[in-house]
Write a protein of this length. Structure first.
Length: 365
């Protein structure tokens, strides 16, 4: 098959493409605008494959998308292109509205137009897989808020109502609704997945885990929002890539599948675990944990996310392979061994400073 992947130079997209090239016989068309978070260095290991093709295209540019579809005639579309950093969405939401909503609309229309030209047998094989986030659901009760401690903590299921909190999650919720509407109204064969927090190699250093690793190695402070008691479900990115391929090849049209790592951890726990691993691998006179500092919380910060991925297990026989401990150790070692990549992806416009503080200061007025 020919698989068109949008956002393939990003963190999850590049992991998916490496999986597709290394573990399947499919051809891959990588469509990426190459924003600050997209880097072709993440695909060096597969870039020379005769089954890999790259097109630098903005998904908001309809003519360029149409030309790409005509040139490659994809069998599957896996849509990962998105602005995805919550703090950036607080500082500048406009780009999130443009890329995540208008871009998804444009891609849906181009895909629909292309799909309408296919033969009946080709139409039957075509899939439009939209990759989304658990943040569209809002947040869940924190253990501190549960009166009866014996009660099971609630999880996000595929039936959980949407209640996004940030400009980022609201834009992703909007794109999810568009994808469902294009199935119901136009018959475009779509599938949606919503995943928990990803981590692993090639993650841009604005996100928590790579930020902490790189700051610690340089002796910089390790900023923790609020008390650090926010809980996330952590999913190793290669496990996510396997799940995405399962869904696009075996999932049912019109269905939504939640993909989680079964690893609920408080942010402070994640940071301390990274410090423990670094204390072991790159010991210094003092523990890296002494670099931890607590800063004002993010506006509208969700306290807890947790995914129920039992549908993935029951219907598609998928479960994550990595535990949080094994995945995090692999991740730390990767960053220690790939300092050149870390330097190359950080241009002069981002020096691991905190983002989203402008909205915070306005919020306090």
């Amino acid at each position: 098959m020919k698989v068109l992947v949008t956002g393939g130079a990003g963190f999850i997209g590049s992991a998916l493409i490496r999986y597709l090239i290394n573990e399947t016989d499919n051809s891959v068309i990588n469509v990426d605008k190459l924003t600050y978070a997209g880097n072709l260095e993440s695909l060096k290991s597969v870039a020379t494959s005769d089954r890999y093709f790259f097109e630098q295209v903005d998904i908001c540019e309809r003519n360029e998308l149409e030309n790409t579809f005509k040139r490659y005639k994809p069998d599957l579309v896996m849509h990962l292109a998105a602005e995805s950093h919550v703090d950036r969405s607080i500082t500048g939401p406009a780009e999130f509205i443009k890329t995540n909503i208008v871009g998804t609309y444009t891609l849906l229309e181009v895909a629909r137009e292309y799909w309408s030209t296919l033969s009946e047998s080709e139409k039957g094989k075509f899939r439009f897989h939209h990759i989304s986030t658990d943040e569209v659901y809002g947040d869940l009760p924190h253990p501190e808020e549960i009166k009866n401690k014996s009660d099971d903590l609630p999880l996000f299921t595929e039936q959980t109502p949407y209640a996004p909190s940030s400009p980022y999650s609201a834009s992703k919720a909007s794109s999810d609704h568009l994808v469902r509407a294009w199935l119901r109204t136009f018959g475009l064969p779509t599938i949606i997945t919503n995943c928990s927090n990803n981590y692993g190699p090639y993650h841009f250093p604005e996100k928590l885990i790579p930020l902490v690793i790189l700051n610690a190695l340089e002796g910089k402070s390790l900023p923790i929002y609020g008390k650090g008691d926010q809980i996330r479900d952590w999913l190793y990115v290669d496990d996510h890539a396997r799940a995405l391929y399962k869904v696009v090849t075996e999932g049912v049209i019109g269905e939504t599948y939640n993909i989680g790592g079964h690893n609920e951890k408080q942010n402070i726990e994640v940071v301390k675990t990274i410090c423990d691993i670094l204390d072991e691998l790159v010991p210094k006179e003092q523990s890296y944990a002494e670099l931890i500092t607590f800063v004002d919380d993010r506006p509208g910060h969700d306290r807890r996310y947790a995914i129920d991925s039992s549908k993935m297990n029951k219907e598609l026989s998928w479960n994550p392979v990595e535990t949080f401990e094994t995945g995090l150790r692999k991740t730390v070692k990767w960053y220690l061994n790939n300092q050149d990549w870390c330097q190359n992806v950080q241009d002069g416009s981002y020096q691991r400073e905190r983002l989203g503080v402008l909205a915070n200061s306005l919020n306090e007025r």
